[in-house]
Write a protein that binds this ligand. Structure first.
Ligand code: SAH
Ligand code: SF4
Ligand code: F3S
Length: 446
C-alpha cells in the first residue's frame, strides 16, 4: 500500500477516455493512492490522450512538455502517458524521444495492467512501454472511481467497425465488442444501490450493441436497464444513423426512464460527401429518420456532430449541410473543422480544402447552429421542466444547477428550501438563454 501518496489524472477526448480515467483512478485507489487536483503535489501523473483531431494532440504535447521541470525537481514522481494517441504507429517513440522523462507509456487495450506497469516503473530507470496492437478480452471487475455521485457512464461496448474515412477511432479502439448484459445490469444495479440516479450507456455506436452476442440487441438492453429500480434517467451515446432501428425508437418511446434526447451525428448534409465519408446513409434517409423520431418521441431533443471542410466539399455540398441543419432544428451541435488524421483514407485524398475556406464555412455554420439553438431554448420560457439536481452552481452560489431530461443546463433559485443533489424537482423557466435556462424552483418530485 502507498499511504499518503497521491495521483493526478488529466483526461482529453471523449467519454470513453473519461471512463478509462475513472478506471485508472479506481486502480490507484486500490493501491492506496488518493486523488489530488494539484499536479505539483502528485506522486503519479497520468495524461490520458486523444487524437481525434490535430488540436487535441498538440495540446497533449504542450502539456506533457511542461512536466519536465517538475520531474527535475522531484525525480521520484512517476509520469505516465496513455490513451488513444499511444495506439498510433510511431507515437510512443515520439514521446520517448521528445520527453525522455516519461516513465510509462501504455495504450487503450491494457488499462487493467497499470498497477503492474507502475510497479515496474518504480523499480526501473528506463521508460516502460506497453501498447497492445489488438484488443484483448473485455476485462470486468475493475473498480471505477467516479467523478460524480449521481450520474455515471456505463460502457456497453468497446471499439468501432464503421471506418468513417476521416476517423482515427477504429484504429485506436479496435473492433466492436459488447459487454455481456448481465455484467452491465449488475453494474447499474450496484450504482443504483449507491444512490446514482442517471446512467449514460456508452459506445462509439451503441445501436450495434449485441450483434456479437446471442439473441441480444440495443433495444433489449434499453428495456432491461429501464427495469433497474432506483435509476431515474437513462441516456446513451453515440447513435449511428444507419443503425438506429425502429425497435430502438419504440424502446425510447415506451420506457419512462429513457430521456427524450438523441445525439445523432450527421457529419454532413451532402449525400455526395456522406458517401465519401463512408457513412452509409443519404441526406434524405437521415431526414426521414429524424421525421420518424420526432413523430414517435414527443418533445425529443436532437443534437449532432458536423464536420466542415471534408476533402472535396464544394460550396453546394456545404449549403446542403446548412439546409439540413435548418430542417432538423438541432437543440445543439458540435461543429468541427475537418482535421487530417494520418492513417485514415481521407488524409490521402487530394482535394483537401484550404484553411481559409474551412474557417469561413465553419463560422457560417456556427452562426446558424447558435441561432436555432437560441430559438429552441426560447420555447422553454414559462414552461415547467423536470430537473435532476447536481448541486450548487459553481459560478453563482445562490443558484442550484441540474439538467432537464432533454439535456439542457438549468440554473435555478430556491430560497429557503433544502435541496440536495440527486433530487428530482420541477423548475419554472423564467429566462432562457443560449446555453443556460434560468428559472425558479416550483416543487419537489422525489
Ligand atoms: N462514435 C461517435 C463519435 C466519434 S468522435 C460517432 O460516430 O459519432 C466524435 C466526433 O469527432 C465525430 O462525430 C466527428 O464529428 C468528429 N471527428 C472525428 N474525426 C474527425 C476529423 N478527422 N476531423 C474533424 N472532426 C472529426
Ligand atoms: Fe469514428 Fe465513424 Fe466509428 Fe464514429 S462511427 S467512431 S465517426 S469511425
Ligand atoms: Fe479521442 Fe479516443 Fe475518444 S481519439 S474522441 S479519446 S475514442
Amino acid at each position: 500500500m502507498h499511504k499518503n501518496k497521491s495521483y493526478f489524472i488529466e483526461t482529453y477526448g471523449c467519454q470513453m477516455n473519461e471512463e478509462d480515467s475513472e478506471k485508472l483512478a479506481g486502480l490507484l485507489k486500490g493501491l492506496g493512492y488518493t486523488n489530488t487536483q494539484d499536479v505539483n503535489l502528485a506522486d503519479v501523473i497520468i495524461f490520458n490522450t486523444c487524437c481525434v483531431r490535430e488540436h487535441a494532440e498538440l495540446k497533449v504535447y504542450g502539456n506533457v512538455g511542461r512536466l519536465k521541470k517538475l520531474k527535475e525537481k522531484r525525480p521520484e514522481i512517476i509520469i505516465a502517458v496513455c490513451g488513444c494517441m499511444m495506439q498510433q504507429k510511431g507515437v510512443p517513440e515520439i514521446i520517448m524521444k521528445k520527453f525522455p522523462f516519461v516513465d510509462i507509456v501504455f495504450g487503450t487495450h491494457n488499462i487493467h495492467r497499470f498497477p503492474e506497469l507502475l510497479q515496474n516503473a518504480l523499480q526501473s530507470n528506463s521508460t516502460i512501454i506497453e501498447v497492445w496492437n489488438e484488443e484483448g478480452e473485455i476485462i470486468e471487475g475493475i473498480n471505477i472511481e467516479r467523478q460524480s455521485s449521481i450520474k455515471a457512464f456505463v460502457t456497453i461496448m468497446y471499439g468501432c467497425n464503421n471506418f468513417c474515412t476521416y476517423c482515427i477511432v477504429p484504429y485506436t479502439r479496435g473492433r466492436e465488442r459488447s459487454r455481456k448484459p448481465e455484467a452491465i445490469i449488475n453494474e447499474i444495479k450496484d450504482l443504483a444501490n449507491k444512490g446514482y440516479k442517471e446512467i449514460t450507456l456508452l459506445g462509439q455506436n451503441v445501436n450495434s450493441y449485441g450483434k456479437d452476442l446471442e439473441d441480444m440487441s440495443f433495444s433489449k438492453l434499453l428495456r432491461m436497464v429501464n427495469e433497474v429500480e432506483g435509476i431515474e434517467r437513462i441516456r446513451f451515446m453515440t447513435s449511428h444513423p444507419k443503425d438506429l432501428t425502429d425497435d430502438v425508437i419504440e424502446a425510447i418511446r415506451d420506457c419512462e426512464k429513457i430521456c427524450e434526447h438523441i445525439h445523432l451525428p450527421v457529419q454532413s448534409g451532402s449525400t455526395n460527401i456522406l458517401k465519401k465519408m463512408n457513412r452509409k446513409y443519404s441526406k434524405e434517409q437521415y431526414l426521414e429518420l429524424v421525421d420518424k423520431i420526432k413523430k414517435n418521441i414527443k418533445g425529443v431533443a436532437l443534437t449532432t456532430d458536423i464536420i466542415v471542410g471534408f476533402p472535396g466539399e464544394t460550396e453546394e455540398d456545404f449549403k446542403e449541410t446548412l439546409d439540413l441543419v435548418s430542417k432538423v432544428e438541432y437543440d445543439s451541435a458540435f461543429t468541427f473543422i475537418y482535421s487530417k488524421r494520418k492513417g485514415t483514407p481521407a488524409a490521402e485524398y487530394e482535394d483537401q480544402i484550404p484553411d481559409d475556406v474551412k474557417h469561413e464555412r465553419f463560422n457560417r455554420l456556427v452562426e446558424l447552429v447558435n441561432r436555432i439553438c437560441e430559438r429552441k431554448n426560447m420555447e422553454y420560457k414559462d414552461k415547467i421542466v423536470e430537473v435532476l439536481v447536481e448541486g450548487p452552481s459553481k459560478t453563482d452560489k445562490t443558484k442550484i444547477t441540474g439538467r432537464t431530461r432533454t439535456g439542457k443546463l438549468v440554473h435555478f433559485t430556491a430560497p429557503n428550501i433544502n435541496i440536495s443533489e440527486g433530487e428530482l424537482v420541477n423548475v419554472k423557466i423564467t429566462e432562457p438563454q443560449n446555453f443556460i435556462l434560468f428559472g425558479e424552483f416550483e416543487n419537489k418530485i422525489r
